[in-house]
Design a protein around this ligand. Structure first.
Ligand code: R5P
Length: 266
């Protein structure tokens, strides 16, 4: 279990840049993730972990790549349904072990009609993970209700995930985020959510989340829906692993944008 966790969260600094590409499990061929391999291949060298479903792992991830895998194992709803909370476990722990993943991830939907179901699903997954030595990440999902992302709600949902046995919790950044991170006894990473307006918005989110107690990010759309995904992830890495400021991250972004453009033109 510890060995798997230290593959995802770098033991040198206890931080992690996870690349989230698991959106298709309920969103289908999301913008810029229509062809998962094409999206993932250029960015993966800069990710400490890759989050995908088993379908994308099998079809689009080269087994020779050595980036640890965080396997999404919950699902059962699609964007066509207003209520996204009716999820079950969709991949067995036996298959997760066979796929040699570093951890599995499951959404919990606190405060919804399927609150109990999702929390019991998490507890079952944690029990099975103990048998195989596979850590579980709980994701405090809000479905379409993005306005739910406040400190009071996220602190509750995050803590519930940890209490049931998640080894890591993924949640959202929010105002007073330290209330969320401080109330959670296991490491917390933040998702990015829908595409933000500017790169500075992304770097501010990452900087503030880390400053207020997150150990990293598990971010998707704000990386691969950007015109310069490699430059964005490199700038995020600078904040997470090198304590860069927002200004320094912006400079990393601009420098990489230029050098990648020059490489393409040559
Ligand atoms: C939802 O599909 C997943 O939990 C995503 O992995 C999570 O929301 C992170 O991706 P994004 O940064 O695009 O929100």
């Amino acid at each position: 279990m510890s060995n798997r966790l230290s593959r995802m969260i770098k033991p040198s600094d206890g931080k992690s840049v996870m690349l989230a590409c698991d959106h298709g499990y309920f969103m289908g061929p999301t913008h810029n993730l229509e062809n998962p391999r094409k999206t993932i291949e250029p960015i993966i060298p800069y990710a400490d972990t890759l989050s995908v479903t088993r379908g994308v792992l099998r079809s689009s991830v080269d087994p020779k790549w050595d980036t640890p895998i965080l396997l999404r194992v919950s699902g059962g709803a699609s964007v066509l349904n207003d209520d996204l909370s009716n999820e079950e476990i969709t991949t067995s722990m036996k298959d997760a072990a066979r796929l040699n993943v570093a951890a599995v991830a499951i959404s919990i939907f606190v405060g919804t009609a399927h609150e109990k179901q999702s929390l019991v699903n998490l507890s079952k997954l944690v029990d099975e993970g103990e048998d195989y030595g596979i850590p579980v990440m709980a994701i405090t999902a809000v479905g379409k209700e993005l306005e739910k992302r406040d400190a009071k709600y996220l602190a509750l949902a995050t803590r519930l995930g940890a209490e049931i046995g998640a080894k890591v919790v993924k949640t959202y950044y929010c105002e007073n985020f330290s209330k969320v991170a401080n109330g959670c006894p296991v490491p917390v990473v933040v998702a990015g959510g829908p595409k933000l307006k500017t790169e500075a918005d992304i770097f501010n989110l990452v900087y503030n989340a880390l400053d207020e107690g997150a150990i990293g990010v598990d971010m998707g759309r704000n990386i691969w829906q950007n015109e310069h995904p490699v430059a964005v992830i490199k700038a995020i890495r600078a904040i997470v692993h090198e304590n860069a400021t927002v200004k320094e991250a912006q400079q990393v972004f601009e420098d990489n944008k230029k050098s990648i453009k020059a490489e393409l033109e040559n």
